[in-house]
Design a protein around this ligand. Structure first.
Ligand code: GDP
Length: 440
């Protein structure tokens, strides 16, 4: 994703890291490199100059805090300023104890229907009860597309084939779902009409009928800084509470799109990173910038480090990093990775895990985790601490106890062995790096 921007920013950063001394000319050079990288990604020129002005001024004026070298400090300033460009860390919270009605807005082709299905799945996974109303009556096939995608996640879609009156469908849909204790209802709307005015009129009418708690605007990231005008135009009709930028996987202008969306003052809540149903990520400016700069998923790792520290897991981490993990350590390691920001994130940032889970198998892996938990629970204490003890007859017993077939037990043992071998081969490099950071 955004490979051009990533390469440009990382090359600029490398110059700083490899330089022998930090002086004004080096900072100027860094500033020029950053400008070039951002402009190539279609970031608005005014925003670019603002950011590099801040970068230069702060780098020259500020004294690094104790414990940070001058170079580290400049990297941190760059990190801060880029994150600031992409908005605040504030997170939208759905209101508990009521139905949150969410209007999905966006022009045709922006990825609105795809995002509605993706979001329905993501929110369902987070434990919300989600329903969908398909009110895009303009585009043929929109309702079928929505139903097909949502079917896989068992999310109910209300729609009326043949009825062209979107506000009426929304009204009927809300009635249909009434009293069914849904937490969130996503409402897909039309993205085009013969006349732009008709579209805006319809949106206003739907806004009145639905009385939404949140209006989410979906914008195609390939249009770059044009995002600003599009967001402004929609905002005039229905106040936009959050933005979702799609197609960041296929756009060279993604940086510009994100910066422009953030500049409208609305929060970027999610980003679309591919065509598959799982390709939707919660957006966080600091995490995103961390990834761009190649600093890993900084926040996720810090969170993880904090959790590990407070839970007294030092021995466990030492065992894992020395390739001596037992079955429970193995399970713990994957569980932590999942908590730290999703397997996909971890895969991108911690190569040690990549042999274990291929990126397109994330969903299966999560289901597998559930299975593994039962299987591990059926092992004896000795088996858990020394899985090599598990022979054919023990596999049979564990399978019976857990309610899963033998081949599932064998699969778990194989994954455990692979992971252990890999940790040994990499000498737990990533884990050791983390341990050092945590002062262990
Ligand atoms: P709508 O007209 O706004 O409802 O748009 P659709 O949801 O039908 O999406 C239009 C096209 O964009 C489809 O071919 C989607 O597969 C594609 N699309 C949507 N989101 C993404 C994304 O994040 N990445 C990529 N590469 N394609 C996407």
């Amino acid at each position: 994703m955004l490979d051009g921007l990533k390469t440009g920013l990382r090359a600029a950063l490398k110059k700083i890291v490899n330089s022998s001394a930090v002086d004004e000319s080096l900072i100027k050079e860094l500033s020029k490199d950053i400008q070039r990288a951002l402009l190539q990604s279609d970031v608005n020129v005014k925003l670019v100059f603002q950011i590099t002005k801040n970068l230069e001024e702060r780098s020259l004026k500020e004294t690094p805090p104790p414990g940070l070298s001058r170079k580290d400090h400049i990297v941190k300033i760059l990190y801060d300023e880029l994150a600031k460009l992409l908005g605040t860390e504030e997170q939208y919270v759905f209101q508990p104890g009521k139905v949150n009605k969410v209007l999905m807005l966006g022009i045709q082709g922006s990825g609105k229907t795809t995002v509605t299905s993706k979001l329905a799945k993501l929110l369902t996974r987070q434990g919300y009860r989600v329903a969908v109303i398909g009110a895009d009556t303009y585009r043929p096939g929109a309702l079928t597309q929505l139903k097909t995608m949502c079917e896989k996640t068992n999310v109910e879609v209300y729609g009326e084939e043949g009825n062209k009156d979107s506000p009426e469908i929304v009204k009927n849909g809300l009635k249909h779902f009434e009293g069914q204790s849904f937490d969130i209802i996503l409402i897909d709307t039309a993205g085009r009409h013969k006349e732009e005015k008709d579209l805006l009129d319809e949106m206003t009418r739907i806004g009145k009928v639905a009385d939404p708690d949140l209006a989410l605007l979906i914008i195609d990231g390939t249009i770059g800084q044009q995002c600003y005008n599009q967001a402004e135009a929609f905002h005039k009709t229905v106040p936009v509470g959050g933005i979702i930028i799609t197609k960041l996987d296929s756009s060279a202008k993604g940086g510009g799109a994100l910066a422009a969306a953030a500049a409208t003052g609305a929060q970027i809540m999610y980003i679309g990173t591919g065509e598959r149903i799982d390709d939707l990520e919660k957006f966080s400016p600091t995490r995103f910038v961390g990834r761009m700069l190649g600093m890993g998923d900084i926040q996720a790792l810090l969170d993880m480090a904090k959790r590990l520290e407070t839970e007294g897991n030092e021995d466990r981490l030492k065992r894992i990093s020395h390739g001596k993990m037992n079955m429970e350590d193995f399970y713990f390691q994957i569980e932590e990775a999942t908590k730290a920001g999703g397997l996909r994130n971890i895969l991108e940032n911690m190569p040690g895990f990549s042999g274990m889970v291929k990126e397109d198998q994330v969903e299966q892996q999560e289901q597998r985790m559930e299975k593994w938990r039962y299987i591990i629970q059926s092992m004896t204490k000795d088996e858990k601490s020394d899985p090599d003890l598990i022979n054919a007859s023990r596999v049979k017993r564990i399978a019976r106890g857990s309610g899963w077939p033998e081949h599932e037990v064998k699969e778990l043992l194989k994954a455990y062995k692979n992971s252990k071998t890999m940790m040994k081969a990499s000498k737990g490099r990533q884990m050791q790096g983390m341990l050092r950071k945590m002062g262990l």
